[in-house]
Every structure is written in structure tokens, then in C-alpha cells.
Write a protein that binds this ligand. Structure first.
Ligand SMILES: [Zn+2]
Ligand SMILES: [Zn+2]
Length: 389
């Protein structure tokens, strides 16, 4: 992106007066007719004019400060005609043919187009809609219908903006040219500049009897819907572009695109980690000690999980290929089931007696006495290290 502030030698905090002054300075200092017309000086001069066009227009400057170049092709509606009225630079012919030739070469296009009326129709704006889907849809894909509010081409006037049976009339003020000539005296002599006609805002025509449905805009607010295919593997933040499904353009202009951004809802049992799914399974202490096969409900249906005898807290069982479909089409991630080993609580007397017998059997009635290095545990290992064993 061009650094328009740097081109004019300005700080980002500069005032409108400073922009004007800097532009005047720079355009005098770099005028191709004064410094010699080479591709470089012409390019430089064009940049100065572009910088002024953006920074002198509060709306464009704000956009630029947000990181969008309003003059970039396709950046904004009407960006293509953006350098139409740069006042000093474009369209003045005071220096005669040489200067016009310089500009023709610089612009790479005939200037004639810049002196005609502005087209009323322009492309609509792209639109973003968010769509909430559940985890099953994200994993396996699916279909959905997105319903959204947008601009639709006015049905009553088919986008022309004119009441039925009427047409725009040619603007008398500019004879339909959309521009008015003005002579400006400056340091460089008297120059002819083109300003947009105020009467018709540069369109060259006036809608004298606007369509009552759209007040002459050629489009109305309304709802529309789009059927979409949810790609298997999408995640929150992924976007789908639907060409031509965005806002209809003003005055019958072409429609923009609709972007659908997915938001995957939380699932009560499964958490997504990239292409993997993670779940927690409550396993009774006895099952962890003895081993067991436990039936669980996965997104693919019931599945047996083998808990190996002696499974420890923090252990997990991986079910390969039961995770999220990979967006690149290369299979699926895994489902990792973390074992949440439950120590029994609320024991009755008989159960307590059973556990006491187990403890006695294993020599664990007095855990402090029973701890040996082989028994494991942080403390015993630490003790080994300290005593140098
Ligand atoms: Zn209408
Ligand atoms: Zn006019």
C-alpha cells in the first residue's frame, strides 16, 4: 500500500490545512513540466495527487487510516473513478498538448472517459453473515440455508430509480457531461479544471420523478436466502464466499459477494483440538485397576473403549480416525478419550471393610510405611535423590 503521508512528507496526525499546504508544495516541486517529464517524475506526480485525493477527503482518509487503500482497484465502490477530480493534477490542459500527452501516457488510458458523466450504477458492497453450526455438521459437513437482510434490486423500476414510464432527463447545467469547466489562476498560469457538476452530482442526468418504491436509489432493503454446503472440517472463523449473493448495487449495479462465516457451537461431550476431538470418560477406580471395556457414544455411534488393567489418572485411549474430517480431504483426526478415574466416595460399612481388606492384602494400611522407591510417587523419588541412592 502506498504511504500517502510519507509521499507528502506529513505526520499521521496532520491537519487539513497542513495537507493542503504540503500538497501545494509537493506539486510545485515535482511538476513534470518543471522538473522534466520522465516516467519517474510523472509517476511521482501521480502519487502526490493520489495522496492528496485520499488525505484531503475525510472519508477516504479515515478508510486509509484503517489500512484500506481507497484507490486500490476493487477496494471500494467507485474506486475506479476515484482519481477523476484531483483538481490540480488531472484533466487540466493549460500547458497544452505536451502536458496532456504526459498524462495520457501516465494514466495508460484515454482521458476522454474521465470527462464524461459518472455512471449511476455501481457494484454493491460485500456482505458478511455468521452461521452457527453444531460440531456434528463441522465434522461431517452438511447443508444449511442462510437467511439475511440485504439490498435487492428494486422490482418496481428494475433498478433504474425512475418512476414507471419515466426516464432520467439530461442535466441542463452541464449539458449532460457531468462536469463543468473552471478557469483557475495559479503560479503555473491559468488552467482549465474540471469539477463535477453540482446539479447532477456528476451523473449528467437528473431523475425528476423517482420511483416511489426505492426513492430513486434503484434498490430496496429486503431478505434473501442462500442454500449452502458446509464443507466437512470447517472451524469457527472459516468463511465461504458466495459470488453475487451480496448487496445489489445502486441503480441496477451488479451485486457483490456474500461471505458466510462459520461459528461452531460447543458440544457437551467433545472438545475440538485442531483435527482431533477430546472427551473425558469417567472410569471407576475398580475398572481402572482391573481393566474393562466401556461402551461410549462417539459422533460415529457407539464404540467400545478398552481400559487396560492398572490405568493411571491422566491416561488416555486414542480412537484413530474418529476425529474431525481434515479440510484438505486427507482423512480424519483422532478421538482421544481421557480417563477420569473416580475414587469411590460415600462408602457403606461393607464396602469400607472390603477396601480395608484390600489395603491389608497389599500392605497399604499405613501408607507412610508402605512407600518404597519401587512404589513410585514424587516424594519417594525425591527422597532417593537427596540421600544419594
Ligand atoms: Zn425503484
Ligand atoms: Zn449536471
Amino acid at each position: 500500500m502506498n504511504d500517502y503521508y510519507a509521499i507528502l512528507g506529513l505526520e499521521r496526525t496532520c491537519t487539513a490545512e497542513e495537507i493542503k499546504a504540503a500538497y501545494r508544495r509537493a506539486s510545485r516541486a515535482h511538476h513534470p513540466d518543471l522538473v522534466g517529464s520522465t516516467p519517474e517524475t510523472v509517476e511521482r506526480f501521480k502519487q502526490i495527487n493520489a495522496a492528496y485525493e485520499v488525505l484531503s477527503d475525510p472519508q477516504k482518509r479515515e478508510m486509509y487510516d484503517l489500512g484500506i487503500d481507497p484507490l486500490a482497484p476493487g477496494g471500494t465502490p467507485g474506486a475506479g473513478s476515484g482519481d477523476r477530480f484531483t483538481g490540480f493534477g488531472a484533466g487540466f490542459t493549460g500547458f497544452g498538448d505536451i502536458f496532456e500527452a504526459v498524462f495520457n501516457a501516465a494514466a495508460g488510458a484515454p482521458r476522454a472517459g474521465q470527462q464524461g458523466p459518472l455512471p449511476r450504477a455501481s457494484r454493491g458492497r460485500d456482505q458478511l453473515e455468521r452461521l452457527s453450526i453444531d460440531l456434528v455438521q463441522a465434522v461431517f459437513g452438511g447443508t444449511a440455508t442462510v437467511s439475511y437482510s440485504t439490498y435487492l434490486t428494486c422490482g418496481a423500476c428494475s433498478g433504474s430509480g425512475c418512476a414507471p414510464g419515466t426516464r432520467p432527463v439530461s442535466c441542463a447545467a452541464c449539458q449532460g457531461r457531468g462536469v463543468r469547466e473552471r478557469l483557475v489562476r495559479s503560479l503555473l498560469g491559468t488552467m482549465r479544471t474540471m469539477d463535477p457538476c453540482r446539479q447532477c452530482q456528476g451523473y449528467g442526468s437528473l431523475i425528476t420523478t423517482p420511483c416511489p418504491d426505492c426513492s430513486g436509489h434503484g434498490r430496496v432493503r429486503g431478505r434473501r436466502s442462500a442454500d449452502i454446503t458446509i464443507p466437512a472440517g470447517v472451524d469457527s472463523g472459516n468463511r465461504l464466499r458466495l459470488t453475487g449473493q451480496g448487496e445489489a448495487g445502486p441503480a441496477g449495479g451488479p451485486p457483490a459477494d456474500l461471505y458466510v462465516e462459520f461459528k461452531v457451537r460447543r458440544h457437551p461431550d467433545f472438545v475440538r483440538q485442531g483435527d482431533d476431538l477430546v472427551a473425558r470418560l469417567a472410569v471407576p477406580m475398580t475398572a481402572a485397576a482391573l481393566g474393562a471395556t466401556i461402551q461410549v457414544e462417539t459422533l460415529d455411534g457407539p464404540h467400545g473403549i478398552t481400559v487396560r488393567p492398572g490405568s493411571q489418572p491422566g491416561a488416555s485411549v486414542v480412537l484413530e480416525g474418529l476425529g474431525v474430517t481434515r479440510l484438505n480431504g486427507r482423512g480424519r483426526g483422532d478421538l482421544r478419550v481421557e480417563l477420569d478415574i473416580k475414587v469411590p466416595t460415600e462408602l457403606d460399612e461393607a464396602q469400607r471393610e472390603l477396601l480395608r481388606r484390600l489395603a491389608s492384602e497389599r500392605g497399604e494400611e499405613r501408607p507412610d510405611a508402605g512407600l518404597s522407591p519401587a512404589h513410585g510417587g514424587m516424594f519417594s523419588r525425591l527422597k532417593d535423590k537427596l540421600s544419594g541412592k
